[in-house]
Design a protein around this ligand. Structure first.
Ligand SMILES: Cc1ncc(COP(=O)(O)O)c(C=O)c1O
Length: 445
């Protein structure tokens, strides 16, 4: 999650830490003198649990360099003549067991293109999760449609299917669940709702490259799945994304849309489209990264399973649960909530600062997107006022409440995936820091 923790992102935190600066430099107050007392919080002058950096990300190997060089020397660098783009599209479709994959410049564009291909446009509504990265919601707004937020299930941090049902209206044109933090949303219920209402499902699988629902890969269960291969993802290519589908017509339309609507079969600009093409270099990196990403996922999954079992024992820590039908998850973020009362009434930011000072790169998750200023800015824009009646916009505002999501955003934390790809000791340090901060929370009040 690219959420900013205070002035620094967690990525910057890692860089800062690996540059040898003490983790305590993140604290709001000046870095305290280290007293050497291992029992006192680092924010109170104690010894931090950890001063070593966590593994960096992305990881590169010989093959990345070889592929990049090959792409360079090919002198065929763009989408229609690059070597690696079609190779990766084939490899990713095969990996997922899906009919086709179409590379896009990023996951955001894959989502935008998916909605365009399904005909989502002005006047429509798309039911979406508010607990997600901003891209999911902006993709809907780019189609000049209204994002209708269904509340979050506080247990699993996923979109609440019962609330999806309640939010469907005559204007609903698609459902857009997100498989958040690498775990699947409740696809049985979502697909049943979609079928009842004859709606397509666009799965935002940008964080869920290997997640499975009843043994099937996330992103392949709905009408269209969208992936991100942005640098922080578990399969990184710098900036890139993909749209996948089992429907041949949608795959063909995606290739056409991505190239300004140019249909090579008819040799005409057959549909409205734009340029969602990429250069071959990102695909060259992806073709290298795909050869090892699943091995790294296995390490991450082993460590997160251990971290889940241990952190659930820490008083006041509530981890993100997975549905029993979810047969595989690899955390893009390891997410959990805390109970304020068990942390001496400390605010989320204070707990975050205390953990950061102990050397643990933890941050907040997401702001409550349905309450962020961009929503009102958009509703109040000339374009949206031209499309939607005042009455409809007022009704939208009145209904735009997700209390469970508000609570989740105010009380949740995330640890980036690469923190979990090192040693068991790396994980033990997180557990130790959580116990330490919980036990000593009162010293910060
Ligand atoms: C849930 C979700 N959706 C969409 C995106 C957008 O992907 P990209 O950054 O490749 O545009 C992201 C990226 O972080 C994401 O986490």
């Amino acid at each position: 999650m690219r959420v900013r923790i205070k002035a620094l992102t967690r990525r910057e935190f890692m860089t800062t830490a690996s540059a040898g600066l003490a983790a305590t430099s993140l604290a709001a107050s000046p870095a305290p003198a280290v007293s050497g007392n291992p029992n006192a919080l680092a924010l109170k002058g104690g010894t931090p649990v950890r001063s070593k950096p966590y593994p960096s990300w992305p990881q590169t190997f010989e093959l990345d360099e070889q592929n990049i060089l090959k792409a360079l020397r090919n002198h065929r660098w763009c989408t229609f003549d690059g070597e690696f783009i079609p190779r990766f599209e084939k490899a990713w479709a095969e990996e997922l067991g899906v009919r086709g994959a179409v590379i896009t410049p990023c996951g955001t564009h894959a989502l935008h293109m998916a909605l365009e291909l399904l005909g989502v446009g002005p006047g429509d509504e798309v039911v979406v999760s508010p607990f997600t990265y901003i891209a999911t919601v902006q993709a809907i707004l780019m189609c000049r449609a209204l994002p209708v937020f269904a509340d979050t299930d506080l247990r699993t941090f996923q979109i609440d299917p019962d609330d999806i049902e309640r939010r469907i209206t005559e204007h609903t044109r698609a459902l857009l669940p997100v498989h958040i933090s690498g775990a699947p949303a409740h696809m049985d219920k979502i697909l049943a709702i979609a079928q009842n209402h004859n709606l397509p499902v666009v799965e935002d699988a940008c964080q869920a490259h290997v997640a499975e629902w009843r043994g099937k890969r996330a992103g392949t269960l709905g009408t269209i799945g969208c992936f991100s291969f942005q640098e922080t993802k578990v399969l990184p290519g710098g900036e890139a994304g993909a749209l996948v589908s089992n429907q041949q017509d949608l795959i063909e339309q995606a290739f056409i849309f991505r190239d300004f609507g140019w249909d090579p079969k008819s040799e005409h600009y057959s549909i409205r489209g734009t340029k969602f093409r990429i250069s071959d270099f990102a695909a060259a990196v992806l073709m290298a990264q795909i050869t090892r990403f699943k091995d790294i996922c296995l390490t991450r999954e082993k460590h997160s399973a251990y971290l889940r079992e241990e952190t659930r024992k820490v008083p006041g820590i509530i981890i993100q649960e997975h549905y029993p039908e979810s047969t595989r998850q690899t955390h893009l973020d390891f997410c959990f909530r805390y109970e304020k009362e068990q942390f001496a009434g400390l605010g989320r930011r204070q707990v975050e600062e205390a953990l950061n000072a102990e050397g643990i790169p933890v941050g907040g998750t997401y702001p409550a997107l349905n309450r962020e200023p961009f929503i009102e800015h958009t509703l109040d824009s000339r374009g949206f006022r031209a499309i939607y009646s005042q009455q409809r916009l007022d009704r939208y505002r009145q209904q735009n409440h997700c209390p469970h999501n508000d609570e989740l955003c105010a009380t949740s934390f995330a640890i980036d995936q690469h923190v979990l790809i090192g040693s068991k000791q790396d994980v033990n340090d997180i557990i130790e820091a959580l116990y330490k901060v919980q036990k000593n929370a009162a010293t910060l009040t």
